[in-house]
Design a protein. Sequence first.
Length: 127
Amino acid sequence: MPAFTFRSNERLKSRKIIGNLFKSGNSFGMYPLRAVWIEVEQLPDNCPFQMTVSVPKKRFPKAVDRNRIRRQVREAFRLNKHRLQQVKTPPPKPIALMILYTGVEMLPYSAMEEAMIRLVKKLGKRE
């Protein structure tokens, strides 16, 4: 049974890596989410990925709304990240991942989770 945790070493905090994400990252979208990712040589603690979430202040001026969306996206990722960690031979390089919320209004959690499942499956099939 997979561990449904989201540890601090799985959080992307490095400004340098986040800058590289926007400079040379690959991206694809699954409405209302968009994933920007790059393969990196090594992450701390031999973690297979690091993830962060971004919600635009322009569309959601209230911090309460941004924080709620961020929390829901992180929760959907936490419950579905095991699809990303399935063993492959040879194991892929670790990835740095940023998930951007592109929706215009707040959607229910079920819609976000469906998009996250599709997003994680597609990310897991990367070559």
